[in-house]
Design a protein around this ligand. Structure first.
Ligand SMILES: Cc1cc2nc3c(=O)[nH]c(=O)nc-3n(C[C@H](O)[C@H](O)[C@H](O)COP(=O)(O)OP(=O)(O)OC[C@H]3O[C@@H](n4cnc5c(N)ncnc54)[C@H](O)[C@@H]3O)c2cc1C
Length: 286
């Protein structure tokens, strides 16, 4: 575990099955800054596999471990298991029509580093209760010791890490222009969520490509996805279909998104979205 507050929450990971938690660092430095400690900790722990989320931070740490310790790398995977003492992972490609199963070749170093799709797994319950928490060894990996953080500043607020958002309000061609995303941003802010988009909106230059959801964009799994002015093309759907709850707002009652939305609101998004935002603000007392 790493990051601000990591030590405070570490013991509670026992409830999810962890028996031991190693704190790499308890501060706000970017994940890569904890790489020396991670390398030292992994050398100490005789594990079969090391799982990291396929997020920017998870990828940074995984790459540092693979490169420093010459470990086998897998991912992003949708499943990982141990069969007869050997790690086996599953990767879905071509929109899930092909599933690839991989194993480390015999005799390679352990642990295998496995990137898992972010927001795809639900933490297991029923662990022993409390995990043993210890501080990680001080890392001395020389390549990292030669790097110092010169400056850090908040990221552009418009470009968030969509894969980690629990609420996403996505806009499509129906939003009509860059300024049309304004009401969607207000709704996302009222819900504590992030704004996403269809490719049509990104291609039009209304929103950065980093916020595009779908086959050629991000794959997201929020608790709540609200799509406004999005028709629900298959290439968009593959990026958001595992959202727990899908709400669609579209003025066309025959829009394909209505076929798989949990709640399909037929109407003009420019009337419905602001009304929804007002109601949420009113109920939350904001
Ligand atoms: C190889 C390939 C990869 C692709 N990858 C992606 C991808 O990663 N992500 C992606 O999203 N797409 C992707 N696409 C494009 C995809 O096929 C669709 O063209 C795209 O998703 C359509 O975007 P949209 O739903 O915003 O636009 P449209 O299909 O044009 O839908 C706009 C919707 O807005 C509704 N609307 C209009 N005005 C209003 C209003 N005032 N109020 C309410 N509703 C309104 C309309 O009824 C319509 O349903 C890909 C395509 C290809 C060929």
């Amino acid at each position: 575990a790493y990051g601000s507050g990591a030590a405070d929450d570490a013991a509670s990971l026992g409830a999810h099955g962890a028996s031991r938690v190693i704190i790499l660092g308890d501060d706000d430095r970017p994940a890569i800054a904890h790489a020396p400690a991670a390398v030292a900790a992994v050398r100490d722990v005789g594990a079969l596999a090391l799982l990291a989320p396929a997020t920017p931070n998870g990828r940074d740490l995984a790459a540092a471990l693979v490169g420093s310790l010459h470990l086998p790398a897998f991912g992003p995977v949708r499943a990982a298991r141990v069969v007869d003492g050997v790690l086996e992972t599953e990767q879905a490609t071509l929109q899930g029509s092909v599933v690839t199963t991989s194993r480390p070749v015999e005799g390679v170093a352990t642990p295998s580093v496995v990137l898992v799709l972010a927001n795809t797994f639900t933490p297991g319950e029923g662990g022993t209760g409390s995990a043993d928490v210890s501080r990680g060894p001080i890392g001395t990996e020389s390549a990292f010791g030669k790097v110092t953080v010169a400056e850090s500043h908040p990221a552009d607020a418009k470009v968030v890490n969509l894969e980690e958002a629990t609420v996403i309000v996505a806009g499509g061609r129906g939003v009509g222009g860059e300024e049309g995303f304004g009401p969607l941003r207000d709704l996302a802010a009222a819900l504590g969520g992030a704004v996403g988009a269809s490719r049509a909106a990104a291609d039009a230059g209304w929103i950065p490509y980093q916020l595009q959801i779908g086959q050629t964009g991000k794959v997201v799994k929020p608790s709540l996805y609200i799509g406004a002015g999005i028709s629900g093309a298959i290439q968009h759907r593959v990026g958001m279909q595992t959202a727990e709850h899908v709400v669609a707002i579209n003025r066309d009652p025959d829009a394909p998104i209505g076929e798989f939305a949990d709640l399909f609101v037929v109407g003009d998004l420019f009337k419905i979205v602001p009304a929804l935002t007002d109601e949420i603000r009113r109920r939350s007392g904001a």
